[in-house]
Design a protein around this ligand. Sequence first.
Ligand SMILES: *Cc1c(COP(=O)(O)O)cnc(C)c1O
Length: 399
Amino acid sequence: MTSGKKTGTRSLRPATELVHGGTARSAFGETSEAIFLTQGFVYAGAEAAEARFNGEDPGFVYSRYANPTVQMFEDRIKTLEGAEAARGTASGMAAVNLALMASVQAGDHVVASKALFGSCRYICETLLPRFGVDSTLVDGTDLDQWQAALRPNTKALFLESPTNPTLEVIDIAAVADIGHSVAARLIVDNVFATPLYQAPLTLGADVVVYSATKHIDGQGRCLGGVVLGDEEWIADDVMPFVKHTGPHMSPFNAWVLLKGLETLPLRVERQSSSASQIAGFLADRPKVARLIYPGREDHPQAEIVKRQMTGGSTMVAFEIAGGKEAAFRFTNALDIIRISNNLGDAKSLITHPATTTHQSIGEDARAELGISDGILRLSVGLEDPADLLEDIENALNAV
Ligand SMILES: *Cc1c(COP(=O)(O)O)cnc(C)c1O
């Protein structure tokens, strides 16, 4: 296989890297990246097999360890992110679990922001303690709480920003500094910001994780995830975990996601521009009690948004006055925007977190996170924004 030009450098602009970065062509010289649906690889001789296994020859051995199509995906996203190394995983949750498992052992301690994607919260709050890793959950927007939660054995800090579903923004550089004071690694789940609008590694974070299921695919086709970090940690801690426990990405999904990366900027820019228009429209409606959009001056952390994000968001959170009944009436009256818990998709999707994604955490935990019964989370898609605005206006009239 021959490499694409200039992979591993940041000399080309992101949109160009997302089309060419990581491409490794086979002897056929195909234009589009090939899908290597193979479990294993054959060797020219016994000596060649020996060299692969002892690391003298860095070629492929088995697709649970590494695969050419998956590697193209890893190289492409790592170039965009400015990371030394990346590992693709079967899903976003496999990536989050991998990043945490590769950072801690029994006796260690983890601090995480409370406002986490449900399954991420389960890993920190329930799963890690079962294996002797204590965890403390904090209000991620309150830096004093991060500081107060630190212990000498704190090995990882974990946060998501903007958060799901209320789009709060956490100061990544400040939390990274706090963690580094006890040599803890800061892991950032960057799904909501996308790699285009926030670069956690340049802000001081040590690890970035994605659910590639969201904007990176962006067209509802497959699950995937990725962990990005420094070369040494990926080689010494992440790679053995992947190799021996098998949360790897399928080559077919890697190919879908490679193609997704090519159009990521076009899609995210269009979706964010529509989301910003929708946020502006909702801000003036009397039936909307609260509106949260990271691109607006009235966002609770507007100052941090300016410092650490280069764009708004494809997501809008808002509260319909009148609680659950009004929120249900609104969502049921929508015609183009569909009810679904997914996000980052070409299709606009709306969620009522209190009764779906955040139902199981209970009323008290929801109140703590500001998830009232009227809160809705809208993931804005690629439809014509004028149609989306009409859909929203009609539904508001039905409330
Ligand atoms: C969806 C999501 C995940 C989990 O990703 P999957 O691909 O569904 O496993 C993790 N974190 C955030 C913020 C997400 O939105």
